[in-house]
Design a protein around this ligand. Structure first.
Ligand SMILES: *Cc1c(COP(=O)(O)O)cnc(C)c1O
Length: 401
């Protein structure tokens, strides 16, 4: 933590831009805008890009930016310094992690669950097809993952918190059991980073990846991160062997040689402007305690659950009630959930909908408080009890839900 410590919500609420009349419960999909971001990005554009031009790669530290930012992310996910690299998208980073893991074992089965985010599964399918070596992707229900671990499994490939239900796996226990069986682990932290304390080093995870535009408030298009455990860093094969991950990118050798350590997971030119926005957002994260974020998140979640269940019996809670089994969102099943969410958004309560019937409310204690939960519950009641969602204007389905 650098600078004076910030109290979650009491000190941090004022550090975010929030439009009047909006109760924002979708920070698990796109985090809110921290106030300093626009100025920071403007400075990088004018003073660095504008005045320094190509020199900025050296003079403004653009070249080291993915490692520098990676170290700040490492502090938020219990990772060793020097073990996290920024870049690309989460889809690409899980691909790299899974490819590196499969390269380290002769086993052929990748185990994941039916709650995983589709892109993780699609990328695994694509990788398996490209490898052409008889690998298989095996999917089981989230509750059945532990029992499905065996010496046949090559890689346990999971997202810690289910994007739909908010159900949370026991990362420490599953990783320990996997290790004991000789299984490598790849954890997706999309709904964990900035949502709850994560302890990758303590868990002994082999690889992890996540995005920074959700709870970390890095902005649309903010780059992903990739963690490689220190004991793999000098041997992991990057699969996407781009020039920036070469041992000597500016030697322009004709053959590829990976850089030392996690640097090898770089692919091409980093998104400097997008990462500048993320760096400004991390100025807040550097100064808050994730234990406090977590405690507040659970309290807010409990409050929303209690209020919605009391007022709207037709909404069925699908998020586990037990704190240890929950991420930082609350989800309800409701057959007309899409239309109901459109009606809520029209009334300033912004959550989102996940097919087939899930109304999802993200909980981001840096800028959402108890009064927001109570007001949101009142508006949810108005929409559900009043059957406002039946109006035709709420039935039109947008491209992005
Ligand atoms: C949000 C999310 C993604 C998104 O991947 P992108 O490549 O950043 O679009 C991937 N996996 C999980 C588990 C997610 O929640």
């Amino acid at each position: 933590m650098t600078g004076t410590r910030l109290r979650v919500y009491d000190d941090t609420r004022a550090l975010f831009h929030m439009p009047d009349g909006v109760i924002y419960l979708d920070g698990n999909s796109l985090g809110a805008l921290p106030l300093g971001v626009a100025e920071r990005v403007a400075r990088v554009i004018t003073a660095e890009w504008g005045d320094e031009l190509i020199r900025a790669w050296n003079s403004a530290g653009w070249y080291e930016q993915p490692r520098r930012v990676g170290n700040r992310i490492a502090a938020l996910i219990g990772a060793e310094q020097g073990s996290v690299m920024m870049g690309d998208t989460l889809s690409l980073k899980v691909y790299q992690a899974l490819a590196a893991a499969l390269d380290m074992t002769r086993r052929k089965v990748v185990l994941s669950d039916t709650g995983n985010f589709p892109t993780d599964l699609y990328m695994a399918e694509g990788l398996i097809a490209t490898l052409g070596r008889g690998h298989r992707l095996r999917l089981v229900a989230p509750e059945e993952v532990e029992a499905a671990l065996s010496e046949e499994i090559a890689v346990l490939y999971l997202t810690e918190v289910d994007y739909r239900t908010g159900r949370r796996h026991d990362m420490a226990a599953l990783t320990a059991k996997a290790r004991a069986l000789g299984i490598l682990t790849v954890w997706d932290l999309a709904h964990s980073a900035g949502a709850l304390p994560v302890d990758l080093a303590g868990a002994g995870a082999d690889f992890a990846a996540g995005c920074t535009y959700k709870f970390l408030n890095g902005g649309p298009g903010a780059p992903a991160f990739l963690y490689v455990a220190p004991w793999h860093a000098e041997v992991a094969r990057p699969a996407l062997s781009g020039w920036m991950g070469h041992a000597k990118p500016f030697a322009f050798d004709l053959g590829y040689r990976p850089a030392g350590g996690v640097e090898r997971m770089r692919v091409g030119t980093p998104p400097v402007l997008a990462m500048a926005a993320l760096e400004a957002s991390l100025d807040i994260w550097d100064r808050v305690d994730l234990g406090e974020v977590r405690a507040r998140s659970l309290r807010l979640g409990d409050l929303l659950i209690a209020e919605v269940e009391r007022r709207c019996p037709s909404l069925k809670l699908v998020t586990p009630r037990a704190h240890a089994q929950r991420g930082s969102q609350v989800s309800f099943a409701f057959a007309d959930g899409y239309a109901a969410m459109q009606a809520l958004i029209a009334r300033g309560v912004i959550g989102d909908f996940r097919s087939p019937d899930i109304m999802r409310f993200g909980i981001t204690p840096l800028y959402v408080g108890e009064a927001d939960m109570l007001r949101a519950a009142g508006i949810i009641e108005e929409v559900i009890a009043g059957e406002v969602w039946r109006r035709p204007e709420y039935q039109v389905v947008n491209a992005v839900t």
